[in-house]
Design a binder for this molecule. Structure first.
Ligand code: FES
Length: 890
């Protein structure tokens, strides 16, 4: 059943034939082609699909298309580059965005708020609370809220009313605020089919029937394939088969025609049950379990459902550690023993995992929402036995990844296999439930910790057994990361993976680190408290690492730290607490990264096969070139997101900026020198040399912009990043993606203030102070934004996020953003981040990566702050109100 409607979209009268069940979003995206409006949750929770209907913000995913009859619809594309709204300018200037996927929704809500604010003739800009209330219906997983607050407040104050594009730190913010940025989910090729996945309806079983024949006969169906090669499936909602059809509805209908029968096998959902010696072994040959869990996959040995690592990078003086702890446990010192539990955290990228594949004549063109462009091209070519030159992968704009989009996964392989089968392009876009149940997750974990010291808190040592539960995957190294935090403390540590019937985990920003901190940093805090020693003095008593000294001093100099009181000095319903946590992360880099800089008559270009998921790699490349030429980064044209460009690193593991920036800078210097030489020769300039933003020669000066108009043909230079002056011996390990480990680690800490409502158990993070010691900061605005995002994701981990499942079936219940809570704008504290730009002078361009450090210590600092406020030691994240109230009542 359909209906004809007349409406107006962005000032253009339109007539549509719409299905009665269609949403306004479908009309806007599919019929009008305005892909700035994004589908994320589909349930009106996240606000990404917000458009203005008769100037009112509306979630277009919930609005029936028929409701557009006679209305004026305004999408984010209405205000383009030549007609920017003050709110768009403000988002650019204040960096109110990262990946940009949520941005169109925020922009439209912001426009409505701004217009209403102006109409009311307010004398003052809105308060933080007023902005939070207005934006409460929008979610940003990257955590760009700090810039969003600032953008809306400053726009309402009239700061961006002038009709000009403001200075903006992120070079790709203009397409993001105008809806011009094209993400993989927006790609539409001629004749493109829609792919859908058929999934298991039980958590473990042997397939006795998977009949695809009826599905092949369904209308519009062009391909049906089996995805699971073996007969045994291991988790609820595991992909088993897939179809491609002309429309999404036809593909959905075909899924219902697939006949699936199975014989049930034992299901274990609780990791403690899986560890029991008499537990049924879930996987016949666990050695073949995907190494999709967190961490680098240290060698290990399987026994039943448990894998114990047999090698540790950071264990130290194991027997001494055991002796110290035993002695303290016997009563001759300070001693703490406890178990800590951390949740399964879902990456929750707003752009779901998706790919559009076009396989034709043995050649593959792939659009993929991936963090690893070169990696994807390589793995896909290998998997399908295609010559590498027959595979081209595009990934320009990516709506978040956070580690889950490093390796090609189900969406990518399904799109390719369906396209190959159908002989047509196929889009495979995970639905929001699929994204939340089976696109990877940070594994849940249990850490058993014992720590002991002398009675005065001196000479501590600890033991840790960490059990990562990444479902149908392995690779946890929580204890190993904990062991890296401090030097000079004996530690007997062991990592285990415990297999259960859940979908596989995968790296999530700072893999393993949040759980390491949550356990060890709380244990250290407790011991310091018991010994009545300031937690920083406690650390300086044993930590022999000189690189921590500036961080310790930074904390001790904070007024809020100086005024910190012990928990027993506090009372009343609302109590404030201050906590601290430290962490470090390896200096990872990809020496084979190659950047090309080119100058021709049309301008200056920087090219690399990297991708920018919002962390700012485009801005880093532009800044490197701009610094050499002393021009604005906006004057540099950045070309990324295409696998045929010079080799680019995977965006992940804090390896990107430190890999691309030095190569870009070196290439820019070479191009500059060649350009000066060529133009001097061509124009007979004497004593030509750079002076500021141009070339000075005897008798005159030209600015670069004029100079490159004189370039004949083009001048290009490609430079490989290479290693540093010294490399960690571990850098010789054959890690994937050409990854190497540099000398020294980046280090960071957060001091966090919370307010605890001891009656209702609510915890509010009110202030965060952070210090990062990673050497030179290439683009301060991007680095700051990474820290803000890291803190916000850490707050989610500490207070809200967990995956819930049906205990009887293993079916994941947190299948929508209404069930899986991520932080909103009102949950965000004030934040102040300092960069200690030291310690990496030996590294090319003196700076390393940041993104992992930015999130790892947050939950531990929140927990320590809760203890400092109340005396309750949270052993479990998220720290839920009921747990807090129960803990306080004991
Ligand atoms: Fe908001 Fe990425 S910028 S989700």
């Amino acid at each position: 059943m359909s209906e004809t409607i007349k409406t107006n979209v962005n000032g253009n009268p339109r007539t549509y034939e719409v299905d009665l069940g269609a949403s306004a979003l479908e009309v806007i995206r599919d019929q009008e082609g305005l892909t700035g409006t994004k589908l994320v949750c589909g349930t009106g929770v996240c606000g990404a699909c917000t458009v203005l209907v008769d100037n009112e913000p509306v979630c277009s995913c919930l609005l029936p298309a028929t409701q557009l009859e006679g209305k004026q619809v305004q999408t984010v594309e209405y205000h383009d580059q030549d007609n920017l709204h003050p709110i768009q300018r403000a988002f650019m200037a204040c960096d109110g965005l990262q990946c940009g996927y949520c941005t169109p929704g925020f922009i439209n809500e912001g426009i409505a708020f701004y217009e209403q604010w102006k109409k009311a003739s307010h004398k003052q800009p809105p308060t933080r609370e007023e902005v939070a209330e207005a934006m409460a219906g929008h979610l940003c997983r990257c955590g760009a809220y700090v810039g969003i607050y600032e953008a809306i407040q400053r726009a309402c104050a009239g700061e961006f009313d002038a009709d000009q594009i403001p200075e903006h730190p992120r070079v790709d913010s203009l397409p993001k605020v105008t809806g011009k940025a094209k993400y993989t989910a927006d790609v539409k090729l001629p004749g493109q089919l829609t792919g859908k996945i058929f999934r298991s309806t039980y958590a473990h079983g042997t397939i006795t029937k998977l009949d695809l024949s009826a599905a092949r006969q369904m209308p519009g169906v062009k391909a049906v394939i089996r995805l699971l090669e073996e007969d045994v499936f291991y988790y609820y909602d595991q992909p088993l088969a897939a179809v491609a059809a002309e429309t999404a509805a036809q593909a959905e209908a075909a899924l219902t025609a697939i006949q699936f029968e199975y014989t049930p096998l034992p299901v274990i959902l609780d990791p403690d049950e899986a560890r029991k010696p008499d537990a049924p072994q879930l996987y016949a040959d666990p050695k073949n379990i995907p190494g999709a869990g967190e961490g680098g996959g240290l060698p290990g040995k399987w026994e039943g459902n448990v894998r114990r690592t047999t090698f540790s990078l950071s264990a130290s003086k194991r027997s001494k550690a055991r002796k110290v702890v035993e002695k303290a446990a016997s009563g001759s010192g300070q001693y703490f023993k406890g178990s800590f539990f951390t949740p399964t955290q879902l990456h929750t990228c707003l752009e779901p995992h998706c790919a559009v594949a076009d396989w034709k004549d043995g050649k593959l063109v792939l659009y993929a929402s991936t963090q690893g462009l070169a990696l994807t091209a390589r793995e896909v070519a290998k998997h399908y036995e295609l010559p590498p030159e027959n595979v081209r992968v595009y990934s320009d704009f990516i709506g978040g990844g956070f580690g889950s989009k490093i390796n090609p996964k189900t969406a990518t392989f399904t799109a390719i296999s369906l396209s190959k089968e159908a002989g047509a392009p196929v889009a495979m876009i995970l639905s929001r439930p699929e994204e939340l149940i089976d696109s990877g997750s940070r594994p849940a974990a249990r850490m058993d910790v014992e720590i002991g010291s002398n009675a005065d808190g001196s000479a501590p040592a600890f033991k840790m057994d960490a059990y990562g539960a990444g479902g149908f995957s392995s690779g946890s190294n929580i204890a190993d990361i904990a062991g890296m935090i401090y030097k000079g403390i004996p530690r007997d540590i062991h990592d285990y993976d415990v297999l259960t019937n859940f979908s596989p985990g995968c790296p999530f920003r700072g893999p393993s680190g949040p759980a390491s901190c949550f356990s060890l940093e709380q244990a250290v805090d407790q011991l310091a408290h018991d010994a009545q020693v300031d937690p920083i003095d406690f650390r300086t008593g044993y930590d022999t690492n000189k690189e921590h000294e500036s961080l310790y001093k930074w904390v001790k100099d904070l007024p809020v730290w100086k005024n910190r009181k012990r928990p027993e000095e506090k009372d009343g319903r609302f109590r404030t607490g201050i906590g601290v946590s430290f962490i470090n992360w390896l200096h990872l880099l990809v020496p084979s990264t190659e950047v090309e800089v080119e100058v021709n008559r049309t301008g200056i270009f920087v090219k690399n096969a990297v991708q920018d998921m919002g962390q700012g790699s485009k801005s880093v490349l532009a800044k490197a070139v701009a610094e050499v030429f002393e021009i604005s980064p906006q004057d540099v044209k950045v070309v990324v997101g295409d696998s045929i460009l010079p080799y680019g690193p995977t965006s992940g593991g804090s390896r990107t900026a430190t890999s691309i920036y030095p190569a870009a800078k070196a290439a820019a210097r070479k191009v500059k020198d060649r350009m000066i030489g060529d133009l001097a020769k061509q124009n007979n300039w004497k004593n030509a040399a750079q002076e500021g933003n141009g070339i000075r020669y005897d008798g005159g000066k030209v600015r670069w912009q004029e100079a490159w108009e004189q370039v004949q043909g083009s001048i290009k230079e490609k430079v490989k990043r290479g290693g540093n002056a010294g490399m960690n011996p571990l850098g010789l390990l054959p890690l994937g993606d050409g990854l190497r480990i540099g000398k020294k680690r980046g280090r960071g800490c957060y001091v966090i203030e919370v307010e605890v409502d001891t009656l209702l158990g609510k915890i509010r993070v009110t202030n965060v102070w952070g210090a990062m010691r990673i050497g030179k900061i290439f683009v301060p605005a991007m680095a700051r934004s990474q820290c803000y995002g890291g803190v916000i994701q850490g707050i989610g981990y500490a207070l809200y996020e967990d995956r819930y499942h049906d205990p009887n079936t293993g079916q994941v219940l947190t299948r929508g953003l209404e069930d899986y809570k991520i932080p909103g704008i009102g949950d965000i504290p004030e934040m102040q981040i300092d960069f200690l730009e030291e310690g990496f002078e030996f590294v090319k361009e003196k700076g390393i990566g940041l993104a992992e450090l930015a999130t790892m210590p947050v939950a531990a600092a929140v927990a320590n702050a809760v203890f400092n406020a109340t005396g309750f030691r949270p052993d479990r994240a998220p720290i839920l109100p009921e747990n807090l109230i129960q803990g306080l009542s004991v």
